[in-house]
Design a protein around this ligand. Structure first.
Ligand code: PMP
Length: 414
């Protein structure tokens, strides 16, 4: 192992040391000695995903759903096989699984379709203090259109959704609870099933933003009790420009279309249009064909390794990083002890951008900023944080470089 000079060996951090994965060689865009610790923003791509996307364009390419020629029929099969894989990955049904541009589009789709049909003046939408802007702004826009109100569930002092306090905020007027499964800033994991039970008991629906959970946790939409679940492929080792929205069948069947165009219709006349069934009703236009193929390859890659193994790997590295950083004076760690692969911190009163710049000079890529979570920054009392996020390819050597870079930052800033 390539731990830093002062770093404890892995086994010293645990009663029983977890087995770390060794997958760096599968990622061609990771040069030797570069610690990519920004997977929460977007994941690097393993070779099978890159090959699948290349083949989709260089060997198999054609449109889907419309062509009668064999190439198009094969591409359609590949596109629909990706949908089946995505549905299975979430333990949902194929006809509940919609391809979207990403989590942002998924939530906008729900807000515009289900939201406009089901939310009115006086209704309440319950969010939490730690949401990503993608799970705030579409609801604020819906509330502004309809006269609905937004409630905000508080966090525990260590930065988890305070589930008891959230449940206490659910009223008969609450029509929707929308939460992040895993916080993109703090890595804290929500007890989704508990929140789902409380939401359903009050007649509310539950939307889960699974952007940071899908690459890290076993997701089972049935066990979680979600009504809507979404994630972006690019955080799950897949391509940008595609994501998945899963919606429980009876809810989806009643949802009106959002975007109109080709592929989502049954019959078109100037006077009247009838629409296709879901999921086609929600996929207007030519879809991201190669993206779906790439997502399928990413799901296969993750399933081959095992999401539980990736989760254990990232948790182990996060625990090591927390322990190593906790030894440094003047370093503030945000978030709970136990997190899924994501760690935010502050180095004294050095601006996180300066921390990230100096780390970059030492070959460490972290994110610095508000992470599209300004309300959470206000709650933390900082304008920004430095964030390291781990991935299946991360290693103790990456942690060692991170620690070394932070020590150097501290020396530079005295
Ligand atoms: N929610 C969370 C928790 C996220 O981390 C992100 C991406 N940073 C999003 C939503 C939005 O995802 P995308 O930009 O891929 O649509």
């Amino acid at each position: 192992m390539a731990g830093g000079a002062g770093m404890k060996p892995l086994a010293a951090h645990f009663a029983t040391a977890p087995r770390l994965l060794d997958l760096r060689g599968e990622f061609p865009a990771l040069p030797e000695g570069w610690a990519y610790l920004d997977a929460a923003a977007t994941a690097q791509k393993p070779r099978p995903v890159i090959e699948a996307i290349t083949n989709a364009y260089a060997r198999d390419y054609a449109t889907v759903h419309r062509g009668v020629y064999a190439r198009s029929a094969h591409m359609t099969e590949a596109y629909e096989a990706a949908r089946e894989a995505a549905a299975r990955f979430l333990n949902g049904r194929v006809d509940e699984t919609i391809f979207v541009r990403g989590a942002t589009e998924a939530i906008n789709l729900v807000a515009n379709s289900w939201g406009d049909a089901n939310i009115g003046a006086g209704d309440r939408i319950l969010l939490t203090q730690l949401e990503h802007h993608a799970n705030i702004v579409p609801w604020r826009m819906l509330a502004d259109r309809t006269g609905a109100e937004i409630d905000v569930a508080p966090l525990t002092p260590d930065g988890r959704i305070d589930e008891a306090a959230l449940i206490a905020l659910i009223t008969p007027a609450t029509k929707l609870v929308a939460i992040a499964h895993v916080s993109n800033v703090l890595g804290s994991v929500a007890d989704v099933a508990r929140i789902a039970d409380a939401a359903h008991a009050a007649g509310a629906k539950l939307l889960v933003d699974g952007c940071q959970a899908a690459p890290r946790l076993k997701v089972d939409v049935q066990a979680l009790g979600a009504d809507f679940y979404c994630f972006s492929a690019h955080k799950l080792y897949g391509p940008t420009g595609i994501g998945v929205l899963w919606v429980k069948k009876p809810i989806l069947d009643a949802m009106p279309p959002w975007q109109g165009g080709g592929a989502m219709i049954d019959e078109v006349r100037f006077e009247r249009v009838t629409y296709a069934d879901a999921p086609q009703r929600f996929e207007a236009g030519t879809p991201h064909i190669a993206g779906a193929v790439g997502l399928h390859a990413a799901i296969r890659w993750v399933e081959d390794i095992g999401i539980e193994a990736i989760d254990a790997h990232e948790r182990a590295l996060t625990a090591i990083a927390r322990a190593e950083l906790a030894r440094l004076n003047n370093l503030r760690l945000f978030g709970p002890e136990e997190t899924a692969g994501i760690l935010s911190f502050a180095v004294g009163d050095i601006h996180p951008h300066d921390v990230a710049t100096i780390l970059d000079e030492g070959g460490v890529a972290i994110r610095a900023g508000h992470h599209c979570a300004q309300p959470l920054m206000r709650w933390l009392g900082v304008p920004a944080t430095a964030r390291a996020s781990f991935s299946a390819h991360s290693s103790e050597a990456d942690v060692a470089l991170l620690v070394k870079g932070i020590e150097r930052t501290m020396r530079i800033f005295g």
